[in-house]
Design a protein around this ligand. Structure first.
Ligand code: V47
Length: 364
């Protein structure tokens, strides 16, 4: 392995990785520009193993997308729709509760709930949805509302981010998913999602959440018009924020799916690009405990391989994904936990069923 890494010209990086020293942005650029995917994977695997041993995590989770009505209408998104679109939908509180009730016979321990930036749902709706889920499944952990939605809710309520988070916590919110981060670069946001909360705004909500005892995840949407430098700047902002707060749990690279979006002329990402984003994230985000290989976006087979390229988590059963499937994902909308266990075992890792906060629920 050492020889492979030396041959790829990464001897100096290997030494730093072994010493647990922080990699510079220039080193990150060298990694991104390399075509030696095995060397890259071997380097990332050192960090993965140091942080998580032989464990690979998954969770029994359910996705609920309460509405796709959105005023931001980002160019990369096929999910968000204007209110008057034939494809627009919104669930009332009872419909959300019914979604949860429908799966009461399954051992779900996390509900992942996000939606668009809705123009006129009242603040009370969001609190009632959380309370309603908890009425039906009191023990479930609700990971809901991206930092972009939280900012919108604070505006809606006329409250500070902190006060809003306290309201949401009292109503049942357990943690915040990593969506809406896209790429923090103002250039990318101007071209692809001009109306969306800025990168700075997203980080500010995440930091405030951490200060209020709520963990969050972070994502990066790659494979469209972003440069390697912009990806690294994004990772660096997350790394610096994590130094300050320690509140991020996992980083999830999100592979761009162009179908049915305003950027449909782009091609899907390749396997090498997907693995590279996992490996470089594992190497650069030295203070993030977990890197997820989100099987919905890169496919279960590549997500399994990603467990040897820096990832230690496959997300979960997901039942049932909508956002990526509206953008042409050809994966299933849910995976059985037996399939996840098999994928992990065959990758030579020990499957660990976890809760949202990475407490171990069961080993297989
Ligand atoms: O916020 C939108 C992205 C996100 C597309 O926190 C797209 O554990 C690809 O954030 N192609 C939602 N991506 C998904 C997300 C997520 C998923 C799984 C786990 C977690 C977590 C978070 O998907 C959106 C946006 O950034 N997105 N459109 C698209 N066409």
């Amino acid at each position: 392995m050492d020889e492979l890494i030396q041959k790829a010209g990464f001897g100096d990086i290997l030494e730093k990785v072994r010493e647990d020293e922080r990699l510079s942005l220039n080193e990150g650029k060298r990694l991104y520009e390399s075509h030696d995917i095995l060397a890259l994977g071997s380097l990332a695997d050192i960090v993965r193993e140091r942080k998580n041993g032989n464990k690979a995590y998954f969770i029994y989770n359910q996705h609920v997308n309460y509405s796709n009505i959105c005023t931001n209408l980002c160019k990369f998104c096929a999910f968000g729709k204007p209110k008057d679109s034939d494809l627009a939908y919104e669930m009332n509180v009872n419909e959300v509760k019914q979604k949860v009730r429908d799966r009461l016979d399954e051992p779900i321990n996390e509900i992942h709930m996000v939606g668009g930036i809705h123009p006129d749902l009242p603040y009370s709706y969001y609190l009632e949805v959380l309370q309603g889920i908890k009425e039906i499944r009191p023990e479930v952990h609700i990971q809901a509302f991206t930092c972009v939605e939280i900012y919108h809710l604070a505006e809606l309520a006329g409250k500070s981010i902190g006060e809003t988070l306290e309201d949401l916590k009292s109503a049942g919110l357990g943690s915040i998913p990593g969506g809406g981060a896209e790429v923090f670069s103002p250039r990318i946001r101007k071209i692809t999602c001009e109306k969306k909360l800025s990168g700075e705004g997203w980080i500010n909500v995440a930091k405030t959440a951490h200060q209020h005892g709520l963990n969050t995840n972070a994502t990066m949407l790659y494979g469209h018009i972003e440069t390697v430098e912009e990806r690294l700047e994004h990772l660096d902002i997350l790394r610096r924020t994590q130094d300050e707060t320690g509140g991020f749990l996992a980083f999830i690279p999100l592979a761009f799916h162009p179908k049915n979006t305003e950027m449909a002329d782009h091609s899907r990402t390749t396997g090498i690009e997907d693995l590279k984003n996992i490996a470089v994230a594992r190497l650069m985000l030295d203070n993030f405990p977990h890197i997820k290989a989100y099987w919905v976006m890169i496919g279960p087979k590549l997500a399994q391989i990603a467990l040897s390229f820096g990832a230690d988590d496959m997300d979960g059963t997901v039942k049932e994904e909508v956002i990526t499937h509206m953008a042409g994902a050809d994966t299933d909308q849910a995976l059985g936990h037996k399939t996840l266990i098999r994928l992990i075992k065959e990758a030579g890792r020990d499957p660990v069923e976890r809760d949202t906060l990475y407490n171990v629920l069961k080993t297989y």
